[in-house]
Design a protein around this ligand. Structure first.
Ligand SMILES: C[S@@+](CC[C@H](N)C(=O)[O-])C[C@H]1O[C@@H](n2cnc3c(N)ncnc32)[C@H](O)[C@@H]1O
Length: 328
């Protein structure tokens, strides 16, 4: 049921239902929506009604006809044209994660990722397939970036970070979080450090040249030096790796960090008693398909940060993610 609910939402999103209704100044009938989107009426009417059931659309009856409009949720993040759209992430779920979930049973039986089956590749590199063509790379980077238009400001303001002016977003992808950072902290500059292919893609697409407070450095964070900074951000990067690998990366960052500097980890944080949150448990299952990492509890993050040398660890919980700040 859950999977099908998602597919109903994604189908309406992909067809442009929410964009049409966002632009429309009035409620529209199913016949008008079907005509404007070039779909069958019979199919679209059923889709719209299911979206009403899922509370993605609202319906009013007039002259014995249903008229449809967006809910606030649809306006906020389901229209592709919304600044906070989650379309790219949903597309990634639909195209990659859900088809791949057929191998979840193997992941559980074997206790290891299934990327070779999911992507039909020989390599065990979790990023090889998603970066194997320019189109896949842009899709993955945009999918990751969607979260920060919704949650970025909340997490970056969890602590007053204004004392950190030189920031490095390690594994910063397309720069979506960096954009939120510079808008919140007007004196800060952010360097996005990510694999060379990702950085090239981000330069082309995601960050416009006038955002001169964002710069890029391509490299491999396991092999190359990380840029000098007061604050290192690790957003949804540790969750890709096992504990030993995280410790190796955090130790490298600790050594590069200026005294008085810090590290900000943004991740879903699992409750200490492991009863939730639901979203973290789901992400942890997804991760199991694609890499050797996991979502972690606060104590697990504390242990990793302490082992690398970071002290004075503070944490704040947001809606989907937590913010954890450690100091050198
Ligand atoms: C799950 S994504 C998170 C992206 C971004 N921080 C976010 O939260 O949207 C992990 C990021 O780590 C980057 N990454 C993976 N391995 C890397 C490596 N060896 N060196 C540098 N970056 C790497 C990936 O390219 C990707 O952008």
């Amino acid at each position: 049921m859950f999977l099908f609910c998602f597919q109903i939402m994604f189908t309406a999103c992909e067809l442009g239902v929410f964009d049409l209704l966002l632009e429309s100044k009035e409620l529209l009938s199913s016949a008008v929506i079907a005509e404007r989107l070039g779909t069958s009426h019979i199919g679209l009417q059923r889709l719209l009604e299911a979206c009403v059931g899922l509370k993605l659309l609202r319906m009013e009856r007039k002259d014995n006809e249903g008229l449809f409009g967006n809910t606030d949720l649809a306006n906020l993040c389901l229209a592709k044209s919304s600044p906070r759209t989650q379309y790219n992430f949903m597309k990634f779920l639909s195209d990659i994660v859900y088809p791949g979930s057929q191998y979840l049973i193997d992941a559980i039986r074997e206790g290891k990722n299934q990327i070779q089956s999911v992507y039909a590749i020989a390599s065990n590199d979790p990023f090889e397939y998603v970066y194997s063509t320019e189109e896949r790379l842009q899709r993955f980077s945009s999918a990751m970036g969607d979260a920060w238009s919704l949650h970025g400001q909340e997490l970056l303001s969890a602590f007053d970070l204004s004392c950190f002016q030189v920031v490095c977003d390690v594994g910063g992808g397309n720069g979506a979080l960096a954009k939120e950072y510079i808008s919140l902290y007007p004196k800060a500059t952010v360097t996005i450090f990510d694999l060379p292919k990702v950085v090239e893609g981000a330069k082309k697409k995601s960050v416009s040249s006038e955002e001169c407070r964002i710069s890029f450095q391509g490299g491999d964070f396991f092999k190359d030096p990380v840029p000098e900074a007061d604050l290192y951000i690790l957003a949804r990067t540790l969750h890709d790796w096992d504990d030993d690998t995280c410790e190796q990366l955090l130790t490298k960052i600790y050594k590069a960090c200026k005294p008085g500097g810090g590290v900000l980890v943004l991740e879903t944080v699992i409750n200490e008693d492991r009863t939730g949150p639901f979203v973290g448990q789901i992400y942890s299952m997804m991760i199991m398909l694609f890499c050797d990492g996991k979502e972690r509890t606060q104590s697990e993050f504390n242990a990793l940060l302490n082992a690398a040398g970071f002290k004075e660890i503070q944490s704040k919980k947001g809606n989907n993610y937590g913010a954890i700040l450690g100091r050198k």
